[in-house]
Design a protein around this ligand. Structure first.
Ligand code: S3P
Length: 429
């Protein structure tokens, strides 16, 4: 579909939803399940485009992955039994698949070529290929392995002692996957703590990894043991309905079984700082990922500052947080978020320009944005720019816009939330 009309007529949002499975956890479940010998089962898997690309890649490596809805059965011969793929491994729009799989493949026994779509072709890969190169990985590609397509000849790796120059869970995870296959103990130091799903899942798969004050240590040569993974709901998907509930008058929305990993829950801190009425009920966790129910009500909001260690804890939520800020009293400043420039699209430019079309007052800066509110939003035609989170931000903006909003290229939303529009409709009935 090239363009859709978003017509919601200001109706309040009421009811409860179970958002789809966490994207980061779903990718990792397939990866660990494919490295481990034997049968891994997964429930709550996100059947979005990105995670389906991860499944395809590991099937090409000879891993059997059966999917029925959100359940997976993965039967693997183990990483040493993988077959050499006869075609490229296509990672689509998925930065997580592309970067993490490089770390996995570097320590395998096969040769492979990894490539993605036109957005992936522009995203920086040197941040991953550089530390992997230091570990002895044989990876080649455009401009000195800066960009896809990248070819990887798997082989024996050596441990690394690495100070991460960027706060990135994708980089950290690629190194951790490689470190599993390296001789000796690897040490990774993060400058800001990034999401720790890889470390938590390593524990689940029986791997010993320690993490203290931003330093992660892992002894190479450990073998993951196949287990069951129960994926929590994705807080980054819940974020759009949290924002909608806070913005649309008379709304009250509950989101169930949402992952509440503290390295991901910065959006909740921001909602509180902005004065949103939000209730968090933890339901415990069946594994190492905490989860719970979030209930939000329409609230009057105030501006806030978002910077420093908070940024990696909400990096994917910044587009929808910016939308919230357009309706908040006062100024919201977002800084230290230069990573937004190299996401699926340049999200600083995309947010400022797209919401600007509806009349929002957003000044883009090199590492974030300054948003002045409250401003009544009007109608207009917005472009998702092929970025799922920009598309969902536009759809939520349409709920509070005075005029009609049209969205170009809404299909990309299926990357992380195929049922997004159905879920939105279900809250308006
Ligand atoms: C992810 C890490 C983050 C995030 C992305 C998913 C992950 O990227 O933006 O959506 O699953 O590790 P960076 O590692 O580039 O910060």
């Amino acid at each position: 579909m090239e363009r859709i009309k978003l017509e919601y007529g200001g109706a309040p949002l009421r009811g409860s939803l179970t958002v789809p499975g966490d994207k980061s956890v779903s990718h990792r479940a397939v990866m660990f399940g494919s490295i481990a010998e034997g049968r891994t089962t997964v429930s709550g898997f996100l059947s979005g485009e990105d995670c389906l690309r991860t499944i395809d890649c590991f099937r090409s490596l000879g891993v059997s992955i059966e999917r029925e809805g959100t359940d997976l059965v993965i039967d693997s011969p183990g990483i040493d039994g993988w077959k050499e793929p006869s075609d490229i491994l296509y990672t689509g729009n998925s930065g997580t698949t592309t970067r993490l799989i490089l770390g996995v493949l570097a320590g395998s026994r096969v040769h492979s070529v990894v490539t993605g779509d036109s957005s992936i072709a522009k995203r920086p890969m040197k941040r991953v290929t550089d530390p992997l190169d230091r570990m002895g990985a044989d990876i080649r590609g455009r401009e000195g392995a800066q960009y896809t397509p990248l070819s990887v000849q798997g082989g024996q790796l050596r441990a690394i002692d690495y100070d991460m120059p960027v706060a990135s869970a994708q980089v950290k995870s690629a190194i951790l996957f490689a470190a599993l296959r390296a001789d000796g103990e690897s040490v990774i130091r993060e400058k800001e703590v990034s999401r720790d799903h890889t470390e938590r899942m390593m524990h689940n798969f029986g791997i010993q990894v320690s993490s203290e004050e931003g330093t992660i240590r892992l002894q190479g040569g450990q073998k993951p043991v196949a287990v069951h993974v129960d994926v929590p709901g994705d807080i980054s998907s819940a974020a759009f309905f949290l924002a909608a509930g806070a913005l649309v008058p008379d709304s009250e929305v509950s989101l169930e079984n949402v992952g509440l990993n503290p390295t991901r829950s910065g959006m909740l801190d921001v909602l509180e700082a902005m004065g949103a009425e939000i209730r968090v009920t933890e339901s415990g966790s069946s594994d190492s990922e905490p989860r719970g129910t979030l209930t939000v009500r329409h609230s009057s909001l105030r501006g806030t500052e978002i910077s420093g260690p908070l940024i990696p804890r909400l990096i994917d939520e910044i587009p929808v947080i910016a939308l919230l800020a357009t309706q908040a009293e006062g100024t919201t400043v977002i800084k230290d978020a230069e990573e937004l420039r190299v996401k699926e699209t340049d999200r600083i430019a995309a947010v400022a320009e797209e919401l600007g079309k509806l009349g929002a007052d957003i000044e883009p800066t090199a590492d974030g944005m300054i948003i002045r509110g409250p401003v009544r939003l009007g109608g207009g035609t917005l472009d998702s720019r092929g970025d799922h989170r920009i598309g969902m931000m536009a759809a939520i903006a349409s709920l509070i816009a005075d005029g009609p909003v049209e969205l170009e290229d809404p299909d990309c939303i299926a990357v992380s939330y195929p049922a997004f529009f159905e879920h939105l409709d279900s809250l308006q009935k």
